[in-house]
Design a protein around this ligand. Structure first.
Ligand SMILES: [Zn+2]
Length: 161
């Protein structure tokens, strides 16, 4: 776990790190640190070895951590208590429509059993659901039908043209 989310608190902000030192600090591969450099972690100057300012490293990891935390993968929802995306308990969620096109997915957090909500549009539902089994309120069968590409609409189009 620690390897996937290097703790920025381990960084000493007043010292500089080579790529190797930064890798050793977190027990990760040097290539991972090189990836960080590619994705925007600044170096001190263009001299070799490249030096990373501790302060920059800490700030970079902190920002990255927040970004990672807020990004829910398909099938995941954001737990407010853990401040992290979680898989829905039992792989199940309820869809509650707000409008015809927008609604809310509701599921239980497997770790703290609190309710997790994820705003979603019907158009994105398929993308967001992952492996989730979604329950729709009665009378909303048309939404769940829309999730499967219908052969009917193609047929109708052909018949009408
Ligand atoms: Zn939770």
């Amino acid at each position: 776990m620690g390897k996937r989310h290097p703790n920025y608190r381990h960084v000493k902000v007043h010292r500089n790190y080579t790529v190797e030192e930064a890798a050793n600090l977190f027990g990760i591969h040097k290539n991972t640190v090189r990836e960080w450099l590619k994705s925007g972690l600044p170096v001190l100057d263009d001299k070799r070895p490249r030096l990373i300012l501790g302060q920059e490293l800490a700030a970079f990891l902190q920002a990255r951590r927040i970004k990672n935390k807020q990004t829910c993968q398909p099938g995941q929802m954001y737990c407010v208590r853990y401040r992290a995306p979680k898989m829905a308990a039992g792989g199940m969620a309820d869809y509650l429509p707000h409008t015809e096109k927008l609604g809310m997915l509701k599921a239980i957090c497997p770790d703290c059993l609190s309710m997790m909500n994820r705003r979603v549009s019907v158009a994105k539902l398929e993308q967001v659901r992952g492996e989730l089994v979604i329950t729709f309120p009665q009378g909303l069968d048309q939404v769940s039908n829309r999730l499967q590409p219908t052969v009917n609409s193609d047929l109708e189009r052909e018949m009408n043209s």
